[in-house]
Design a protein around this ligand. Structure first.
Ligand code: DGT
Ligand code: CA
Ligand code: CA
Ligand code: ZN
Length: 581
């Protein structure tokens, strides 16, 4: 275990002791040890088996050395576990609120039995904190604000962060003998653009009802788990250090499909499926699909069986939002959703000419490794000064360099010269038409003045796409997930005009953007827009973020034929807005 984690366990133990009004001397010794460990330059795990060496660290005595050894061996501290049994694990979260110390936590527990952030939120809302000793109006206000911030910061997570966290945990769970299948359910499985918490489902012989407790213990010992929230018969919930909550469920093979169906959601989809089951004389639960009259099991081990027994085709998780997928599954007309392997090229990426990290050639080679037939290099224009964006002259030089590398590739991959040209305040473009005319792929994007009034922004973007050299409208709403709302704009008007002009709209697959969102993508298709999915890579490693974009396209019901860059090189070029000039 790393020093920071050891220090955190010691500090938490000190906090818990203080909540329990423990011996001040003892409390201080834990705090001092936590600080010593945190600031130690020696990796404690390398000397944990040598008590003498541990005691050489100032602030660590004999008893504390034994504690650190226990942490290394078991991943926790007996005293901490004991105290967590006595109080509640969620109390440690309360302590993270500004203005909250162990004494206040103890007071709230004694007076109101409040032991979690949610309970505190409710108690404040009900005015139950008024009149408690040492709790004034100012502190209550501070806590209210702190709860808000806390909920926001632990609110939702980007899809790629959630997926990475899930993959690590899944790999860990699979190492346990007798666990063979581990899948994410919930919003991550449905590919939502952000994820609230992880719902992980595991099965295998070790998850059988009479054996499951060992697997539960193993899941609960997941080293990155920072706060244990609940531990049940076949379920463990904890929070990772990032604040991301994880629910792990261990299920017998016979009900794995039912659980996967239930915990994949969405809630609204499940409500519809359950009603359908009832109309057919079945009950559907997280354990099984069963007959109402005698409780006989109908299906449970796989999702296919369950949907099949209800007269439905299996529904891809991305569609399970109660948006018509059940009717479509009944009539066998679910779309054949686009897949990552359908993509033939990526036409939005940056290089060292502006704010990218790799050269033209490096980007091309990375794209070849992904099996692409073509890419476009689309660096920034001069209005984005902090990226050292290109002016007309540098843009022309860049075109020459791109064509040069394209030739050197000898047809193994095509590299199109392009640009991501800024849409200026009034809708004019940041480079001259003469230069734009020489680019094979022109993406126009808004990167500034996001707060213009709705009509002004609409006019601005409409004017930009009227420019005959624009092929693609880049990240059309400017949203940054968890950071910036989409800007105000009449998107329907923009999409209508784009469809008419033959300007494609981008789905920007970079996980901070995922712009257009799933709902707007569906609208764009309905309005007849061409759609192009790009990564906006600033590094060769970003090309693989394509998969997050594909998830959004699937959520928008899109098929291969709906997306331009599933076309081969020549067909793709032909599908770009024709140049009339
Ligand atoms: P999230 O975590 O906010 O990104 O979204 P989900 O969809 O992962 O929601 P979550 O974690 O609360 O629950 C996971 C799934 O479990 C949810 O999609 C459907 C199912 N589920 C949970 N609670 C309920 C419930 O009260 N009723 C029904 N029908 N399903 C539920
Ligand atoms: Ca979830
Ligand atoms: Ca959950
Ligand atoms: Zn951009």
């Amino acid at each position: 275990m790393d020093n920071r984690s050891i220090a955190q366990l010691l500090a938490e133990t000190a906090d818990l002791l203080e909540i329990g009004a423990g011996d001040p001397f003892r409390i201080r010794s834990y705090r001092r040890a936590a600080e010593a460990v945190e600031s130690s330059t020696v990796q404690l795990s390398t000397i944990a088996l040598d008590p003498k060496k541990l005691q050489e660290i100032p602030g660590i005595g004999k008893g504390m050395a034994a504690n650190i050894q226990a942490i290394e061996q078991t991943g926790t501290l007996p005293l901490r576990e004991e105290l967590l049994q006595k109080f509640r694990p969620t109390m440690l979260e309360l302590l993270r609120l500004p203005g909250m110390g162990p004494k206040t936590v103890a007071l709230l527990w004694d007076a109101l039995q409040v032991s979690s952030v949610d309970e505190l939120d409710a108690a404040i809302a009900a005015g139950r904190l008024h009149g408690l000793p040492r709790i004034g109006e100012k502190l209550i206000e501070k806590l209210r604000k702190g709860i808000q911030d806390y909920k926001q910061s632990t609110g939702r997570f980007l899809l790629d962060d959630a997926e990475t966290a899930a993959e690590k945990l899944i790999a860990y769970l699979r190492e346990f003998p007798g666990i063979d299948t581990v899948l994410p359910a919930g919003s991550l499985r449905r590919g939502r653009d952000t994820v609230g918490d992880l719902d992980i489902l595991a099965t295998g012989p070790a998850c059988a009802e009479d054996k499951v407790s060992a697997a539960v213990e193993y899941a609960a010992a997941y080293p990155p788990a920072a706060t244990m929230l609940a531990k049940g018969q076949n379920k463990v919930s904890f929070r990772l250090r990032t604040g991301l909550q994880v629910d792990v469920r261990l299920l017998p093979q016979s009900s794995y499909g039912a659980a996967l169906q239930y915990f994949t959601g969405s809630k609204m989809h499940n409500v519809s499926v359950r009603q359908r089951a009832l109309r057919r004389g079945y009950t559907l639960s997280e354990y099984a699909l069963a007959r109402v009259e005698d409780g006989a099991l109908v299906a449970g081990a796989t999702e296919e069986e369950i949907y099949g027994a209800l007269g439905l085709d299996w529904i891809p998780p991305e569609l399970r939002e109660n948006n018509g997928e059940i009717e479509a599954a009944e009539q066998h007309r679910l779309p054949v959703l686009i897949e990552e392997r359908d993509i033939r090229g990526d036409v939005h990426m940056h290089t060292t000419a502006t704010d990218g990290r790799n050269s033209i050639r490096e980007m091309a080679e990375a794209a070849m490794a992904r099996g692409y037939q073509y890419i476009a290099i689309t660096d920034h224009s001069k209005n984005l000064a902090m990226t050292s964006g290109l002016d007309d002259r540098r843009a022309l030089d860049h075109i020459r360099r791109i064509r040069q590398v394209d030739q050197e590739m000898e047809g193994r991959i095509r590299i199109f010269p392009g640009i991501e040209v800024d849409i200026l305040a009034d809708g004019a473009l940041d480079l001259s038409d003469e230069v734009l005319a020489q680019m094979d792929v022109v993406i126009a994007s808004v990167h500034s003045l996001f707060n213009q009034p709705r009509q002004q922004m609409t006019d601005r973007v409409l004017r930009a796409i009227e420019n005959p050299y624009v092929h693609i409208l880049g990240h059309p709403t400017g949203r940054l997930l968890l950071r910036r709302e989409p800007f105000q704009m009449d998107l329907t008007a923009v999409l209508r005009r784009a469809a008419k002009l033959g300007v494609a709209v981008e789905h920007n697959a970079y996980p901070d953007r995922l712009d257009l969102c799933d709902r707007d993508l569906r609208l764009a298709r309905e309005m007849g827009c061409r759609i192009c999915v790009n990564t906006d890579s600033h590094h060769t490693s970003h090309l693989s973020k394509m998969r997050y974009g594909i998830r959004q396209l699937r959520r928008a019901w899109l098929e291969k034929k709906d997306v331009m860059n599933t076309l081969g090189t020549r067909a793709f070029l032909k599908a770009l807005r024709p140049r009339t000039a």
